[in-house]
Ligand binder design. Structure first.
Ligand SMILES: Nc1ncnc2c1ncn2[C@@H]1O[C@H](COP(=O)(O)OP(=O)(O)OP(=O)(O)O)[C@@H](O)[C@H]1O
Ligand SMILES: [Mg+2]
Length: 374
């Protein structure tokens, strides 16, 4: 089942009574998965029947205008609210409760090695340790942790997730201004990890094999190392597809929409002009050097050299030459994390021509949609 990393939204806001009321209604613990990305908003509904049995029944996406968000700062509130309303309209669902994903510089996902003990003792150790590495004050944050199990040292490994509370509340308000109710808050990285675990299954059992997951988005890339059924390391890198778009805008004197269109769809024949390919190559080189730095940092700080494969998601995975270049850089197979290897979809409501786009850009929303609240 999806890992229960729910940030403490219900402690931050007083809607517990509503939750109890809602939980009396059959099936009402379902949520819409909502991923507010820089380039677009993705929303979906995932049906669950039994353990690890998921079916995507609704999916929709709406593009955002240029710089609607800068990192996690909401720049164009009205446009984002409008886009959320539009995406929910397209979903054609009666559901109004949401699992919202958070990411950005005011979020943290980190594995800690703790002494262990009862749940309360672990919670205390988490708070104690968290003070030392959170980039914001503990009192200003909303935090949750998931016990990953015992480690070799006789203690426990714990995945701690935190968001700065004011940022969380800003996003919650944004979503609720669109007429929805935020019931669960998760991190985008944990949502992606939940899909990754589902897709990879037993392949992840070997304790001596580590995997790299990259979510190459528009404004950032999540870098996740996973080994022995545990998340080991998470870092958000400041590289993403919009860097290519900006370079096309700058060099070719076109606006954001035109540059996006040129990059994603090519010319009138669907080919990428030589000029664009050159720009892509240059920017992608800078991606590779950032990824190399991060992997070198991981290896030097953990001595883990057991990488066996890399799974890619996010629209950036569509950038020409990226997969081949990454394979050369990492020396392992690089494949796209295809959610449909493990999740069915309803052919009546999720059209075949959307499947490819969802496979690349919908993983985070699907991971969020897999959650349910109690
Ligand atoms: N065919 C394509 N070729 C190159 N790039 C593409 C293609 N399709 C989409 N992209 C790029 O992928 C990016 C969008 O990916 P994605 O939807 O994963 O990002 P996001 O979730 O909106 O952003 P973030 O996660 O950084 O907030 C954009 O920069 C877009 O231009
Ligand atoms: Mg994204």
């Amino acid at each position: 089942m999806p890992k229960g990393i729910s940030l403490e939204v219900n402690k931050v806001v007083d809607d517990i009574v509503e939750m109890i009321k809602d939980s009396l209604k059959l099936g009402s613990n379902k949520v819409i998965g909502l991923d507010i990305g820089l380039s677009s908003i993705k929303a979906c509904v995932v049906d669950k029947s039994g353990k690890n049995n998921f079916k995507l029944t609704r999916f929709a996406t709406v593009s955002l205008p240029e710089a609607a968000l800068i990192e996690d700062e909401i720049q164009k509130e009205e446009e984002i609210v409008e886009a959320i309303e539009k995406v929910i309209g397209r979903l054609k669902t009666k559901l109004g409760n949401v699992c919202m994903g958070m990411s950005g510089p005011n979020t943290v996902a980190r594995k800690l090695q703790l002494a262990g003990g009862t749940n309360d003792e672990i919670a205390e150790q988490v708070s104690w340790e968290a003070e030392q590495y959170l980039p914001f004050e503990l009192e200003e944050s909303s935090m949750a942790f998931h016990n990953l199990g015992e480690n070799d040292g006789g203690g426990v490994d714990v995945l701690v997730c935190a968001v700065r509370k004011d940022i969380l509340l800003n996003f919650k308000e944004l979503v609720e201004n669109s007429g929805l109710k935020v019931k669960i808050v998760d991190l985008n990285v944990t949502a992606i990890i939940n899909v990754f675990e589902l897709v990879m299954g037993e392949k992840l059992d070997d304790p001596d094999q580590s995997w790299l997951i990259l979510d190459l988005g528009a404004q950032k890339t999540s870098f996740i190392i996973y080994k022995g059924n545990k998340v080991q390391f998470v870092k958000e890198m400041n590289i993403g597809g919009v860097m290519i778009t900006e370079e096309i805008q700058r060099q070719m004197g076109v606006n954001y929409e035109e540059a996006e269109d040129l990059k994603n769809n090519g010319d009138e024949n669907g080919n990428l002009p030589e000029e664009i390919l050159e720009i892509i190559d240059d920017v992608v080189e800078s991606f590779f050097s950032e990824i190399k730095k991060t992997i070198d940092f991981y290896i030097s700080s953990t001595s883990d050299e057991s990488l066996v494969g890399c799974l890619l998601t996010g629209g950036g995975a569509l950038v020409p030459g990226l997969i081949e270049g990454l394979e050369a850089l990492l020396g392992v197979d690089v494949t796209v994390l295809n959610p449909f290897e493990a999740i069915e979809y309803d052919e009546k409501t999720v059209h075949e021509d959307m499947i490819n786009d969802i496979a690349y850009r919908g993983v985070c929303a699907i991971g969020l949609g897999m959650r349910e609240y109690r």
